[in-house]
Design a protein around this ligand. Structure first.
Ligand code: GLA
Length: 373
């Protein structure tokens, strides 16, 4: 099995409409609302750009499991059941991802009594893995949710238990785990998962983006095709981020070879956000494996350069301006870590007409993504 040989790309229901630390209102998560997203994913060109996984996050579950002990969709919001939804979404040409947790309580359940029972997969790993495989699930997001505190579980052993059950089904299911970097996942998750969250939840504000980026600095040696560091799903397009901040978020995630899971409303997102998300040059940087994930190569007070080798021998570099004023980058062998004779602006694919050494201006909270040869 060679799963996730490039960073997985898709859409996830969680960040939609979530722009603060509040949990969303689950009454909005219905068969009708998510099917509308799935259709937009195809109609607005996201699938064609590579976003193939459609992932239903926390909040879809019914208050009780069914008579066989299986998870089921909320009785009123997903009247036709999850298997029928999976079939409809897959009928559009998408792959389907679902959410569960290794402990007894899902994350939203801990703070919100929208369900009666403990809905987690604790001691139900086999039942759940078999149901997922039978429904045709292609991706599982398995989310820790304080299972060490709620259920006294150990992360590595607990996450590997579900990996064994998924493998047992014989179905290829991308296994995406999330423990927010609490237990050094980069040391063990590459053995049996395709992606692991490195950090706590990302929110749609500049501070959260910078804090998350800072925590990625030392993680680059741990990822490789089939096993990716996951700095969390995209907040691009969500209320709270400016156009410059959306760009910075996307370009740095691309340099990090991060999984690209869109978390915005695909039906209502403006055309400008759509254009950013489907930009072929940026997606190519994200999906390309040049032997190492990108890392920070230069750091000033208010600005940084993050760069990654590309498989064709070029170097992709994100010039990130963290500050509130325009910053002038000195781009040269010293700041990039290599000499260059030509450079293109990746998103516009336009030649910058520079070589060896140059200065490039980047606006407040903005990032320029370049590729040098
Ligand atoms: C945690 C995860 C989020 C989301 C919610 C669901 O906070 O980090 O990505 O899955 O749980 O409750």
């Amino acid at each position: 099995m060679a799963l996730a040989m490039t960073p997985p790309m898709g859409w996830n229901s969680w960040n939609v409409g979530l722009d603060s630390n509040d949990y969303p209102d689950f009454t909005n998560l219905t068969e009708k609302s998510v099917l509308e997203q799935a259709r937009a994913m195809v109609d607005r060109g996201l699938l064609a750009a590579g976003y193939e996984y459609f992932v239903l996050d926390d909040g879809y579950q019914n208050a009780r499991r069914d008579y066989r002990g299986r998870l089921q969709g909320h009785a009123l919001r997903f009247r036709n059941g999850i298997p029928s939804l999976v079939e409809q979404v897959k009928g559009l040409g998408l792959k389907f991802g679902i959410y569960s947790v290794p402990g007894s309580l899902t994350c939203a359940q801990q703070y919100n009594d929208y369900v009666a029972d403990g809905l987690g997969s604790l001691d139900k790993e086999r039942i759940d893995a078999e149901a997922f495989a039978e429904w045709g699930i292609d991706y599982l997001k398995y989310d820790w949710c304080r299972a060490h505190l709620n259920d006294g579980l150990l992360a590595k052993e607990t996450f590997s238990k579900m990996a064994v059950e998924l493998a047992r089904t014989g179905r290829e299911i991308v296994y995406s785990i999330s423990e927010y970097g609490l237990f050094k996942p980069h040391e063990w998750a590459p053995e049996f998962t395709q992606m692991w969250r490195t950090t706590d939840d990302l929110f749609a504000n500049w501070d959260s983006i910078l804090r998350t980026i800072d925590l990625q600095v030392d993680l680059y040696p741990h990822s490789r095709p089939g096993a990716w560091n996951d700095p969390d799903m995209l907040q691009i397009g969500n209320h709270g981020l400016t156009a410059a901040e959306n760009r910075s978020h996307f370009y740095v995630w691309a340099i990090l070879n991060a999984p690209l899971m869109i978390g915005t409303d695909l039906v209502r997102m403006p055309e400008s956000v759509r254009e950013l998300l489907v930009n072929p040059g940026v997606i190519e940087v994200d999906q390309d494996w040049g032997g190492q994930q990108g890392r920070r190569v230069w750091q000033g007070d208010e600005a940084e350069i993050w760069a990654k080798p590309m498989s064709d021998g070029s170097l992709a570099a994100a010039l990130l301006n963290r500050g509130d004023r325009t910053f002038t980058f000195e781009v040269n062998a010293e700041s990039l870590g290599r000499d260059f004779s030509s450079a293109v602006d990746v998103p516009s694919a336009s030649d910058l007409g520079i070589s060896g050494s140059a200065t490039l201006e980047v606006g407040a909270h903005d990032t320029m993504l370049i590729r040098v040869r």
